[in-house]
Design a protein around this ligand. Sequence first.
Ligand code: MV4
Length: 451
Amino acid sequence: MFDKILIANRGEIALRVLRACKELGIATVAVHSTADANAMHVRLADESVCIGPPPAKDSYLNVPALLAACEITGADAVHPGYGFLSENARFAEILAEHNLHFIGPKAEHIRTMGDKIEAKKTAKRLGIPVVPGSDGGVGPGDDAMAIAKKIGFPVLVKAAAGGGGRGMKVAQTEGDLALALSTASNEAKAAFGDGAVYLEKYLGKPRHIEVQVLGDGRGGAIHLGERDCSLQRRHQKVWEEGPSPIINAAARAKIGETCAKAMREMQYLGVGTIEFLYEDGEFYFIEMNTRIQVEHPVTEMITGIDLVIEQIRVAAGGDLPCKQSDIVINGHAIECRVNAENPVNFRPSPGKIMQYHPPAGLGVRIDSAVYQGYVIPPYYDSLVGKLIVHGKTRGECLMRLRRALDEMVVDGVETTLPLFRALVREPNIIDGDYHIHWLEQYLARGDTNAH
Ligand code: MV4
């Protein structure tokens, strides 16, 4: 096992990793920018190192500063959290070149999944169902129209280097295809320096359902069920829950086993999330995330497995926590991402938290790094904290969530709490009847009580 872990992150995920390290008896090193000198992750770590000025590119993304911090403190492993360097294959390689362990997948797997075309080819080869489309990139030499006609309109043009929805264009009919191709490619070239695009059948009202996996890097892997993350705004997840309200045990076992088998074949190491669109009873692979995700607590609450602890164990060469048959989905969990943003126009609202009362009680969990008097800096994401609620059934979970949201106080900055208080009372949400465009359509109606 590792002796000392450097946590190359900030905020709630840095605290989350600290907690896992403490439980494992591993010493911790926090790193921070000058803007985060008073942050909770710095206070709770055994040691801390300032790695640069506020902009992330000069601090949390500053690889030489992170290597120096490892050397100074004698850390033997780095946990990247999510965002920042968590899916940077080169960073994983550089750490290895300095005899440091990266707590994450093998660099080759990070790299493969970071290229959407390669990821899709790999998924297909491993038996994971994919969205029908061009098998690979569509270049100038290819007959894009012939491919699109074979797929059937509407088709979606996607950027290979994309993600987060950037560089996507829908072509409803044949007449739209040329413009969709050139616009998507130009946008991708400008945003990512890579104009490669591919085509997919456009799915109209799917759900976003993702399967959590864990591998030991030696051909052992399990799945831990799915999360439904369909409620998003501008490709930012807002509300995540597990299990999905529309997936039964047989469908879960089938897609889960397909994913676990693929991970065994790859000899995947660490935690991962295989993202699908789900429509008319079928799963279609879109992407794989090779990091711990923001919404991982949903899975922890319904499986009882500490994903960060298991991530650290397998990174150190340890075994999986159990066999697939030992994984039992217990009850229901919902996570609300509470942001320091105006709940109507979503403009960031950094500043000082004057009053803070996190809710508690049976089945209520808060993953947050804020405290009363804390000043949310303007430089990073606007997550105040995640409220995660568990119940024996989805109904009990919703009942508890309604109570916890009413109890929670965050004053001094605007937050998205009023949006959640409205959502948890919406008939479609209560019924689990929603899709990837539901939230945007609801917000466009403007009839929320979030005022
Ligand atoms: C799609 C799609 C419809 N059809 N692919 C958006 C981000 C990227 N991760 C995948 N995305 C989509 N891919 C096909 N073939 C619709 C979306 C999409 C979406 C997906 C998940 C969650 C929210 C979304 C919002 C808009 C579009």
